[in-house]
Design a binder for this molecule. Structure first.
Ligand code: NAD
Length: 261
């Protein structure tokens, strides 16, 4: 008879699926729903895990759609209280250091689905029911509608749509594009805040300890953000080096002159 070898996966320019992806996903789901937020203990992690992999397995990883993730989104709805949403862009570490201490505030990664997926990579292949552990599409070099990018666009969109009251964002004042129109925050989140229920966007522009003092709130990139929000009828306010987050930076740099209070 003819010997059938498994068809090799296509080769992409990005890193492949994280080893033990499914086990990590399930473990994180149980950790979150049983330990971190036991009020979500009713969520069905087995079902959530299957809906997650069902969104991308046996499919072309370059033709992913929001629709693919719909069953997963429906199983993982979660209310974030008004005034407690924290967005971030180019400031992942700092934003998460902050919510770790201020547990009432939520980044996307402090909600179930963001918590499960943060830092992982995944993709499938139309010719196989397995994950591709060797390589996955790189969003710049291979395709933008890849299973990984579409997931983050979809969950970021929902996170912004669900936000209410005063929404906060931590931005990086130590780079030139403090507000980056091509980032998820600039492309997706800003445009999916609902003016009917979001009273204001409060930006905290943080400078790295030791970087030159500058007033980034009056920089041209922040002006672009200001203009977009004005057009969308959402009030905007901006603060350089917000005190409580500055204190966290200083915990890591206690001897720096700018940390002597
Ligand atoms: P950012 O530019 O700091 O990007 C955050 C991470 O997502 C980086 O690792 C970046 O390389 C990657 N990324 C961004 N857009 C991507 C895309 N289209 N395809 C693949 N990878 C992409 O900040 P950002 O883009 O403004 O995203 C942060 C905001 O969006 C947060 O408010 C968060 O809610 C959400 N988000 C989170 C993640 C995450 O990995 N946890 C990823 C994307 C978006």
């Amino acid at each position: 008879g003819i010997l059938m070898w498994p068809r090799p996966h296509k080769e992409w320019k990005g890193e492949g699926t994280t080893a033990h992806f499914y086990e990590i996903l399930l473990g994180r789901c149980y950790t979150y729903t049983q330990i971190v937020r036991p009020e979500l203990g009713h969520k069905d992690c087995q079902k959530i895990g299957k809906a997650f992999t069902g969104a991308f397995l046996s499919k072309d990883p370059c033709s992913s759609t929001e629709q693919d993730y719909k069953p997963l989104m429906e199983l993982t709805d979660q209310a974030v209280p008004c005034d407690k949403t924290l967005l971030w862009s180019k400031s992942s570490q700092l934003a998460h250091d902050y919510t770790r201490v201020r547990q009432a505030m939520f980044t996307l990664e402090d909600t179930l689905l963001g918590y499960m997926a943060d830092g992982l990579r995944w993709c499938g292949d139309s010719g196989s029911s397995d994950m591709n552990y060797k390589s996955c599409p790189n969003w710049r070099e291979d395709c933008s509608n890849n299973s990984f990018s579409v997931f983050w666009n979809t969950v970021s969109k929902r996170f912004a749509e669900d936000a209410c009251g005063v929404v906060h964002v931590v931005l990086n004042g130590s780079i030139s594009n403090t507000f980056d129109e091509r980032s998820t925050f600039g492309r997706v989140e800003v445009f999916n805040l609902r003016p009917e229920k979001v009273h204001r966007l409060q930006a905290w522009v943080m400078h790295d300890i030791g970087s030159a003092r500058s007033d980034s709130c009056s920089s041209s990139s922040i002006n672009v953000l200001k203009r977009i929000l004005k057009e969308r009828s959402i009030a905007f306010s901006c603060e350089n080096n917000y005190g409580p987050i500055r204190l966290l930076q200083c915990v890591k740099n206690p001897d720096h002159p700018s940390c002597r209070f």
